[in-house]
Design a protein around this ligand. Structure first.
Ligand code: HEM
Length: 360
């Protein structure tokens, strides 16, 4: 179950980061296109707006299985921390609806050819609040020692431990991942051959640079998070082939993604001039985003296992009774869902926006 949890949570993180990155890009592009009258940027923000409600659906649906797994595996810790910040935890539902609403309004405005930078910025800020609540809860659940003090400070779930433990580095790591995944997603779209050359050039150049900026921020943040762990946790990570392997894999993927980002940015005009695009780069960028997320999600899982074990809770010693029928149905549905997502990505790469079909 832990492996399935990591796999699906990685996909949730890809969707979260792609969403935050896309909203940032759209807000910036709309602001720049208003100031400088740059049509390619306005057009780019409009085209991205069409995909965001679908991406939001994936984001939410890919969050549900990890939430169920996390409750089964770490229920004692997660229920307690969720209750301690109950008012904020429940408020996520409201924030989500506000974010979804802003994205839909943005999509309608974009479809009507109007600017939607304000909606993109609003949705981004709401997303940052949701991420801060998640990071706080996922950190709080690891530190049972702080729970009695939290309960005494407020028994009604209204006390929010701003910045306790390593919350902000965790939050910032996840958000800078938004630059990485958002940047790689732009590279993916720019490397697909379906859009105008001017827009593909912008997507490749700015996507590549965005990914590099996010990667540059993630390295020190990742180090800060690891260095802030207790020595038992760091020792457990180093001793585990899975978790240590994931650390090494993340570093290797980090270097490959940095080179890919730089290459996309430098070769943007030449690559965009190719009629059929660069399918290898497009799929490579998508794969890199998924593998990077899988690697850091695995390390994150190792940190949680090690930290909870130090407090006397060993998730690997839970009794397991496999319900084979349910497991098979679940696996089949996961494979079908992933095939659909893969098909949609291929469609996004091939699809020529309707208004571009008549323009060479
Ligand atoms: C825009 C909305 C969302 C954002 C920005 C977001 C962001 C995040 C972030 C940043 C984390 C990692 C926190 C950390 O470890 O520091 C996280 C974890 C998680 N998210 Fe989301 N999330 C969103 C929506 C959802 C939804 C709707 C669900 C479920 C239905 C969900 C389920 C989860 C779960 C289960 C985890 C942690 C699982 C674990 O640690 O095992 N998320 N999310």
């Amino acid at each position: 179950m832990c492996e399935l949890h990591i796999a699906l949570l990685s996909l949730h993180f890809v969707a979260v980061q792609a969403m935050l990155g896309a909203l940032l890009v759209c807000a910036l592009w709309e602001a720049r296109s208003r100031r400088a009258g740059n049509e390619a940027l306005h057009d780019g923000a409009r085209q991205l707006a069409r995909w965001l409600p679908t991406l939001m659906t994936f984001l939410i649906n890919l969050g549900v299985p990890p939430l169920l797994f996390a409750q089964v595996l770490f229920g004692t810790a997660l229920y307690t921390s969720s209750t301690l910040i109950g008012a904020y935890w429940i408020s996520v539902v409201v924030w989500l609806m506000v974010m979804y609403g802003l994205i839909y309004v943005g999509q309608f405005r974009a479809a009507a050819g109007r600017h939607w930078g304000g909606q993109a910025l609003g949705a981004l800020l709401v997303g940052l609040v949701i991420a801060a609540i998640y990071s706080t809860n996922m950190t709080l659940m690891l530190h049972p020692g702080t729970w009695p003090g939290m309960y005494r400070a407020g028994a009604h779930g209204t006390h929010f431990p701003f910045g306790g433990g390593l919350v902000w580095p965790r939050w910032a790591f996840m958000l800078s991942g938004g630059l990485v995944t958002g940047g790689l997603a732009l590279v993916m779209l720019g490397a697909g051959g379906a859009r105008r050359a001017a827009l593909r050039t912008v997507m490749l150049r700015e996507g590549g640079l965005l990914a590099c900026a996010g990667l540059a921020a993630q390295l020190p943040l990742g180090w800060l998070i690891l260095a802030g762990q207790r020595w038992e946790v760091r020792a457990a990570l180093s001793a585990s082939p899975l978790y240590h392997g994931a650390e090494v894999a993340w570093l290797a993927l980090w270097a490959v993604a940095l080179l890919a980002g730089l290459a996309a940015a430098l070769a943007a005009p030449r690559a965009a001039a190719r009629e059929r695009g660069l399918p290898g780069l497009a799929w490579g960028a998508a794969l890199l985003a998924v593998l990077l997320a899988a690697a850091f999600t695995t390390v994150r899982d190792g940190i949680r296992d090690g930290t909870l074990r130090a407090s006397g809770f060993d998730v690997w010693s839970l009794p397991v009774t496999v319900n084979v029928g349910v497991l098979v149905i679940f696996l089949v549905l996961v494979v079908v869902a992933l095939a659909v997502v893969g098909g949609l990505i291929a469609l996004a790469l091939r699809a020529r926006p309707p208004e571009e079909t008549s323009t060479p």
